[in-house]
Design a protein around this ligand. Structure first.
Ligand SMILES: Cc1ncc(C[n+]2csc(CCOP(=O)(O)OP(=O)(O)O)c2C)c(N)n1
Length: 362
């Protein structure tokens, strides 16, 4: 007889439907996604990679304050949004800009926060994307709140809540899982395990058999996927979203991937890891393996390649042009839109700032 614990357990190995050589693998539990989904994913991966590389270049030119690149993690970024409906919600971290773009947010609006211009460059309600969170895991209780509210209203909205491996050590992660499980909130917690929390490796972060196992204590089922395999991610995340939508409560998915570049431009990764450790991960590149698979299937026609390249060129041009002008920002705006009603404390802080600016000008 299957025990409750077994039902909550992730698979022994991360689900992988296309391996690093582009070879498909039969899986008794998960079907290969449809050709159209894989081709759409391919186009988005190429665009996402160009977004990452262009944004990193703009940091070097001083056009962008900081960019936490998801180079190498693009399959996670794209799959997370591909499995959502337009009325679902995405709760991203600071590393999930590509996911936000894949949800339809304008690339420049996506980078407003990281440029340091504004709390969020897009209207969260327009695309159902919460503002990016830089404090770790604080987005998770918010995500659960939105999911719980949707359920109380009788809507079948699902919330995709992204978090890093380091973020799973935060209290907010545990509180969010617990609340979501007790109230059957339709949330998919999606951990992108990229092996590092800045310089801290996973082994110093968690002694759990896997991060997906962390759900068991809360009654949340977990599953693991190869984070560089778009096909596996679409299958696993798609199933999790389906389960959450049909009332089975929260789901916890761990994607095994790797942060191939530095944490941000402020980080020197050579101080805590060897190139030899990074090299095998370059071989597991998500774009390379999907390309090989699609080519072998005879599905990757010139039309798709051209569509992908045109999308990538457009994103790069948009970022270069859009980040050229220096926006005029009003410091007083810092206090706008924070709460529905202004608090006494905020009024005092705003007055303090006005006073300081007036004295600077005098
Ligand atoms: C509450 C909180 N504590 C500490 C930090 C500083 N900090 C920024 S990024 C980071 C590591 C996060 O690692 P992980 O969750 O694995 O995400 P990744 O950057 O690898 O995507 C830390 C400790 C923070 N932003 N918020």
């Amino acid at each position: 007889m299957t025990t409750v614990e077994e039902l909550l357990l992730p698979s022994a190995e991360p689900v992988c439907l296309i391996d690093q050589n582009g070879v498909p693998h039969e899986n008794p539990s998960y079907a290969m996604p449809a050709k159209e989904a894989l081709l759409d994913g391919y186009v988005q991966l190429i665009k996402g990679r160009r977004f990452n590389d262009q944004a990193s270049a703009l940091v070097r030119q001083g056009r962008l304050a900081v960019y936490p690149s998801s180079h190498g993690q693009e399959a996670c970024q794209i799959a997370a949004t591909m499995v959502l409906r337009p009325d679902d919600w995405l709760f991203p971290t600071y590393r999930d800009s590509v996911s936000i773009m894949s949800r339809g947010v304008d690339p420049i609006e996506t980078l407003t926060l990281l440029r340091g211009d504004w709390h969020s460059g897009y209207d969260p309600y327009e695309h159902k994307v919460a503002p990016q969170a830089t404090p770790l895991a604080t987005q998770l209780p918010h995500a659960v709140g939105v999911a719980h509210a949707a359920r109380l209203k009788g809507e079948d909205t699902v919330v995709m809540a992204l978090v890093g491996d380091g973020g799973t050590s935060e209290g907010d992660f545990h509180e969010a899982l617990n609340f979501a499980a007790v109230f059957h909130a339709p949330v998919v917690f999606f951990v992108q395990n990229n092996e590092y929390a800045i310089s801290v490796p996973l082994s110093r972060q968690s002694a759990a058999p896997s991060l997906a196992h962390k759900g068991i204590g809360y009654g949340v089922p977990g599953e693991r996927a190869d984070g560089n395999d778009l096909a596996g991610l679409l299958a696993v995340l798609g199933r999790a979203v389906e389960k959450a939508r049909s009332g089975e409560g929260p789901q916890l998915i761990e994607a095994h991937t790797y942060r191939v570049q530095a944490h941000t431009n402020a980080d020197d990764a050579s101080r805590y890891r060897e190139d030899a450790e990074v090299a095998p991960w370059l071989e597991r590149d998500p774009i390379q393996r999907l390309t090989t698979y699609l080519e072998r299937q005879g599905w990757l026609g010139d039309d798709v390649r051209e569509r992908a390249e045109a999308g990538a060129v457009e994103v790069a041009a948009r970022l270069r042009d859009g980040l050229m002008p220096e926006p005029e920002v009003d410091p007083a705006d810092l206090f706008a839109h924070l709460y529905a009603e202004e608090t006494q404390q905020l009024r005092e802080q705003a007055a303090f700032l006005r006073d300081e600016l007036a004295r600077e000008e005098a």
